[in-house]
Design a protein around this ligand. Sequence first.
Ligand code: ATP
Length: 468
Amino acid sequence: MRENDKSFILALLAVAAALWLVAVSVSEPKWPFALFLAGAALAGWAYLRYSAIHPKAASPSASAGSAAKERAPIRPVQSTIRFSDVAGLGGALEELEEIVEFFRDPKKYRRFGVQLPKGVLLSGPPGTGKTLMAKAIAGEAGVPFFYAGGSSFVHMYVGVGPKRVHELFSAARKRAPAIIFIDEIDAVGKARGGLRGDERENTLNQLLTEMDGFESREPVIVIAATNRYEMLDSALLRPGRFDRKIEVGLPNLADRQRILEIHLAQKPHTLDTHALAAKAVGFSGAALAALVNEAAIYAAKHNLSAITDEAIEAVRQKVVSLKKTGDLLGGELRQKLALYQAAKAVAAKRLDLALEPLSLRGEFIVLPSGAIEADRLLDLMAAHLAGLRSAHLAGESTASFSAPDVAIVRRLARHYREAFDPARTHSISELIVRAEALADGVIADQRAAIEALAQKLFDEESVDLALL
Ligand code: ATP
């Protein structure tokens, strides 16, 4: 019960007592008792009204519960995850092993005056194993793992965010060597601006102060994860803060197979993991883990003796919508997609357009942000149409994956009319027909190159652009 509740009840009892005293002084024998009852009833009624308006105040257990939650002690976990539980570490493994070494044998490094890293930033799309990787570092190094979600700092009342950050760091220092993991750091560390002095900014400042405050000799490392690196405040990335960055991308074919094997390790199954991984283009580690888990539930529910292709097929749609990932590609669809992407890539290269790394799924032609000449706009339209045209020429439908390119082409055509044809002498479809003719010309000229690239994409999924 809070202090002001107590004084409220005392005040009501005082009113009841005053009425009783008045009644006694009037000295009519029945009056004192009747007036006391009336006073008590009035007090009870007022208290019930007050409880309805202030439910928390009236419920001691509720208020005690929330206070306890706010003050819940910060406890670490002892991670049992190892690097072998994480697939696709690739180039990052060396850097991660080095961090583990710092923890295991700090003296070895201090002898040479090496500064221990304070902050490591893991950047990549959702579900690619960033949390898992941080847990693996803690597990390998055998140090306590303090987990905090970035958004949990900023949902709280004024002043609580900075206080929680301070408590987190104090708790970790007490248990040093230790790892602090902050998931979704962008919730706290978005670039500052707008209203100054708001809760998020204070929390970010506290985080910076804590990181500056601990000596690099103190073996506490902060690992943070984000899938919006570009939004982070530059102050976070300065030397002595999160000055190490590890990019975590979507898994490639070999990594996807390994992830499937890790998650199938203890489960009876008849799956060809290579074939399944080849179909799961664009799947994150989390999506693959969900696919295996849902298929295992299906197999158990239907009394199958093992996880089979049938079980995967049955749960596929559910996982696709749950994890918002592309569907599993059958062999034929994979072939179509490879040809589509190859035609686009070869056309873009021949038309001298800027390209990003090329893979089976996803956009790779760079759209310029500044002013652009009319001819270049037509080239861009032609390259975006090349996949569609090559499929069309082969009598195939591309409806399932050409929609984003068609949308880009229409946008470019509208832009062309606004910038270069204000009198509207050409319709949008006329412009598209011109770009199609340009694309058809490149395709006819480069058929062999397109087919070779399509085969390579089909087999390997991603191709070094220098080879084009
Ligand atoms: P988010 O950005 O959404 O927080 P995240 O990148 O931190 O995601 P995790 O939470 O680590 O991803 O991944 C979720 C689960 O997916 C893991 O617990 C694991 O089961 C599986 N997983 C993801 N990536 C991998 C991987 N590389 N190897 C093995 N399992 C993985």
